[in-house]
Ligand binder design. Structure first.
Ligand SMILES: [Zn+2]
Ligand SMILES: [Zn+2]
Ligand SMILES: [Zn+2]
Ligand SMILES: [Zn+2]
Length: 224
């Protein structure tokens, strides 16, 4: 399976190179020979992070038992708090729905009962598959809005996400303003986006960022 990470590389006038990582959020000057070498160093760093954090993360998610991730759930990063798309609030059941435990779900989920019916039906109909096969991924709202892919492809691992404001080098408030001006949903700044979407949205605002932002692609083998 391919996973992606976004990085930002700024070549400064004094010849130095500045690297920005999104997961973990890290920004540092790097004395690289050249940009290609800096990308190589960044690639190794990302791969090590994915390798170190990926396995325990996947194991943790397997430990969520028979639960299926609620189709209305999304993770608020970097604190990994599951929230509800319907209400925007933190989800009491952390978006884990056990189809065998309807009362538990009804009690925990704060959506209204019509919405609860819909969620249960979706899960029980098995139309909504994939999430328990590849646990631990969260929705990229930009992927979902673009559509056109199998639903599971809208979901990404934590280390694939990036913040649009950091990518375009603007403050959070300025980014909200830019989004509003361009008639793009403010949630693109409020929720992290997957590496590819963050890149795409960023260069829509400033095409010159194309030279600074890079989507790194890796093969992940921690599936079992
Ligand atoms: Zn909920
Ligand atoms: Zn829910
Ligand atoms: Zn996306
Ligand atoms: Zn995507």
């Amino acid at each position: 399976m391919k996973v992606r990470s976004l990085i930002k590389i700024i070549e400064s006038v004094d010849g130095g190179i500045h690297l920005t990582f999104f997961r973990p959020a890290l920004s540092l000057p790097y004395a690289a020979r050249d940009k290609d070498y800096a990308i190589e160093v960044a690639r190794r760093f990302c791969l090590e992070t994915i390798d170190r954090e990926g396995r325990p993360w996947i194991d943790f998610w397997k430990g969520r038992g028979g639960g299926v991730t609620c189709p209305e759930g999304f993770v608020k990063l970097p604190i990994d708090l599951w929230c509800c798309k319907l209400t925007g609030e933190a989800c009491n059941i952390q978006a884990t729905v056990n189809p065998e435990d309807e009362p538990g779900f009804r009690h925990g989920c704060h959506a209204d009962s019509d919405k609860q019916d819909k969620i249960l039906k979706t899960i029980q109909a098995g139309k909504y598959d994939g999430f328990h096969h590849v646990p631990g991924r969260s929705l990229c709202i930009a992927c979902e809005e673009k559509g056109g892919k199998k639903e599971t492809f809208y979901y990404h691992f934590p280390w694939e996400f990036a913040e649009l404001d950091v990518a375009i080098g603007q403050t959070y408030e300025a980014t909200l303003g830019l989004l509003a001006k361009s008639d793009i949903s403010r949630s693109y700044a409020m929720c992290p986006l997957c590496a590819s979407c963050c890149y795409e949205e960023a260069i829509r605002f400033d095409s010159e960022l194309d030279g600074q932002l890079k989507v790194l692609e890796f093969d992940a083998y921690f599936r079992s």
